[in-house]
Ligand binder design. Structure first.
Ligand SMILES: Cc1ncc(COP(=O)(O)O)c(C=O)c1O
Length: 392
């Protein structure tokens, strides 16, 4: 019996916080209630046609049916390098500074296996993508959260890291434009990260999954454009949000060649890369990097404006996003975020995500995802406004 128990790393995983909320959502749907789900960060719009066509053509070519290489086709990595140069002015060597990923989640989850030893500290921003602390823990590391606070514009405060923690740290996960807060970092912050990581010999791991979803003409910078960034760090990207390709599982990691090689070594022992036809479709997507995300951003910007004004009309004070498709708002009346979200669901049929699901420093907030049509978002805002009197 004992031998059948799950490994300690599984038993030690944090409890799933949303079980009750999921149950309530399922029950309401089963009763035929009209539930508006603003919980998941998964684009509602389809993958653009030319990308689908490229996959269809490549899938019909039998030479694409065999095992791919874990590091990605040379053509795919060259397309990534061309995109970096066009978009960020960063000139990457596709031979040793780019590795393909089966979605950026795969790379983020595997990275600590490449560079964290048991007992090492891994730093990560909180609230944040839950994979950071779990992947550090899976590698036997100690995950130490760095709080993102509204009074700092949800920006990473490296001065708050103690010397002792910094000395033990091997990696730092950070993410701008940020999920869930939507905060954006300017190049000066990235430069500070380079100095900090150089001083303490820490691998900087920037998650740029939302770099192309931005508003009002803003273009989020790349960490790799900071002076010296490639000596100390890497950057994760994803085609998921940029091209509505979450289900396709195509991403990549770029930057420091030693870190890219170490991650590649983990991958050679675990996976066999991305189906080549998907990589060909990824090349097509990257070649349309000016046209496709631009159109998506216009759609998300209109939705953002609608939800911001809707929430403000209910007396809430959401953080105004310059990027990402998320709105991060304080929970009214100082309630626990889980209780608030459950009551909101029961009263209105609108699903939003409790901030505590993104880490302990997310408590006191909730997240709205703009991945529904304007009509549905408008309907959600009407319902929330009507319920606001009772709920807060
Ligand atoms: C901040 C952040 N990073 C990475 C990912 C992973 O994206 P993918 O694995 O689809 O590339 C997500 C997905 O929601 C995310 O929010």
């Amino acid at each position: 019996m004992k031998k059948n128990r799950a490994a300690k790393r599984i038993l030690d995983l944090p409890p799933y916080l949303f079980a009750e909320l999921d149950r309530a959502k399922r029950a309401m749907k089963a009763e035929g209630k009209d539930v508006i789900d603003l919980g998941v960060g998964d684009p509602d719009l389809p993958t653009p046609e030319p990308i689908i066509r490229a996959l269809q053509r490549a899938a019909e070519d039998p030479s694409r049916h065999r095992y791919p290489s874990y590091e990605g086709l040379p053509d795919f990595r060259q397309a990534v390098a061309r995109w970096y140069l066009r978009r960020f002015g960063v000139d990457l060597d596709p031979g040793c500074e780019v590795v393909s990923l089966i979605g950026s989640k795969e790379g983020i989850a595997h990275l600590p296996l490449a560079c964290v030893d048991p007992g090492d500290v891994g730093l990560y921003t909180d609230p944040g993508y839950p994979v950071y602390p779990v992947s550090i823990a899976f590698a036997g590391g100690e995950a130490v959260s760095l709080p993102l606070k509204r009074e700092n514009g949800f920006l990473l405060d490296l001065d708050a890291v103690t010397e002792e923690t910094a000395r033990r740290a091997r990696i730092l996960f950070f993410n701008y434009p940020n999920n869930p807060t939507s905060a954006c970092a300017d190049p000066e912050l990235f430069q500070k990260v380079v100095s900090f990581c150089r001083r303490h010999d820490i691998l900087a791991c920037h998650d740029a999954a939302y770099s192309e979803i931005a508003f009002d003409g803003y273009r989020p910078p790349s960490f790799l454009a900071a002076d010296g960034a490639r000596e100390v760090g890497i950057e994760f990207h994803s085609l998921s949000k940029t091209f509505n390709m979450t289900g396709w599982r195509v991403g990549f990691c770029a930057g420091n060649p030693d870190a890219v090689a170490a991650l590649g070594k983990v991958k050679t022992n675990i996976d066999s890369g991305i189906f080549e036809a998907l990589q060909i479709a990824g090349i097509e997507a990257l070649s349309r990097s000016e046209e496709i995300p631009g159109k998506l951003c216009e759609i998300y910007q209109a939705r953002r404006d609608l939800v911001l004004s809707g929430l403000r009309s209910c007396g809430l004070d959401p953080f105004e996003p310059r990027a990402t498709f998320y709105i991060w708002s304080p929970v009214p009346g100082g309630k626990a975020s889980r209780d608030f979200c459950k009551n909101l669901l029961l009263e209105t049929g609108v699903v939003v995500t409790p901030g505590v699901g993104f880490g302990k420093h997310g408590e006191g907030y909730f997240r709205i995802s703009l991945t529904q049509t304007e009509d549905r978002l408008e309907e959600a805002m009407v319902r929330i406004r009507e319920a606001a009197g009772d709920l807060w």
